[in-house]
Design a protein around this ligand. Structure first.
Ligand code: GLN
Length: 195
C-alpha cells in the first residue's frame, strides 16, 4: 500500500510522520503523475485558497477529481474544504464530497480549540470506544451533509465536524497533530476497501 500526502502547502509533514509510524509507505505528492502509484491520498491542513491556486497551476485539479472517483481521499481542515462541493466562496474546489462548509466558522487563529468527540465509527479500528481528542485550528464547520454523505462526528452542541461519503473522508480538525492514530487507521481501512 502506498499513501500520498498532497504537499503543495500546509502540514503535510506531520501526516507523513504518522503514516510511517503505522508502517505505511507514505510519499509527498506535488505533480499529477505521482498519483498513478498511490492507493489513497491525504489532503492536509493549510490554506484552502492556496491549495486551489497551486492545484490549478500544476494541473492537479482534474487528476485529483479522477483519483477521488476511484480511490480513497481524506481531507483534514483546509483539505476538508478542498474536497467539498461548496465553501460559499469563489475558490477552486474538487467538489468530490456532497458537503458544504463554512470556512473559519469558529473564529480567528486565537479562537482555536480542542474538544473530545464521540466517534462511533472509530470502534471499527479500536473497540474500546474512548473519546477522540480533536484539535481545531481556524477550522471549517461542515454545515450540511447531503446525498450519500454521512455525519461521522459532531461537537456537543451538534455542529458537524467529520463526514464520510463512501471512500471519501472529511474532518474539520487535525488528527496528524495528536498521538492518537485511530483516524489514520480508519482511513487506511477505506483505502484497503478500494484496492
Ligand atoms: N482557515 C483555513 C482555510 O480556510 C483552514 C485552516 C487549517 O487548515 N488549519 O483554508
Amino acid at each position: 500500500m502506498q499513501i500520498g500526502v498532497l504537499a503543495l502547502q500546509g502540514d503535510f509533514a506531520e501526516h507523513l510522520v504518522l503514516l510511517r509510524r503505522l508502517d505505511v509507505q507514505a510519499v509527498e505528492v506535488r505533480l499529477p503523475a505521482q498519483l498513478d502509484s498511490l492507493d489513497g491520498l491525504i489532503i492536509p491542513g493549510g490554506e484552502s485558497t492556496t491549495f486551489g491556486k497551486l492545484a490549478v497551476h500544476y494541473g492537479l485539479v482534474e487528476p485529483l477529481r479522477q483519483f477521488g472517483q476511484r480511490k480513497a481521499i481524506w481531507g483534514t481542515c483546509a483539505g476538508a474544504i478542498f474536497v467539498s462541493k461548496d465553501a460559499h466562496r469563489d475558490q477552486p474546489l474538487l467538489g468530490l464530497m456532497d458537503i458544504s462548509v463554512a470556512r473559519n466558522a469558529f473564529g480567528r487563529q486565537v479562537a482555536s480549540f480542542e474538544a473530545n468527540l464521540d466517534v462511533p465509527a472509530l470502534c471499527q479500528v479500536d473497540p474500546d470506544g474512548r473519546p477522540y481528542h480533536a484539535i481545531f485550528i481556524r477550522a471549517p464547520l461542515i454545515e450540511a451533509v447531503r446525498g450519500q454523505a454521512q455525519v461521522l462526528a459532531k461537537l456537543e452542541d451538534g455542529r458537524i465536524v467529520a463526514a464520510q461519503e463512501g471512500h471519501l473522508l472529511a474532518t474539520s480538525f487535525h488528527p496528524e497533530l495528536t498521538e492518537d492514530t485511530r483516524f489514520h487507521q480508519y482511513f487506511l481501512q477505506l483505502v484497503r476497501s478500494r484496492m
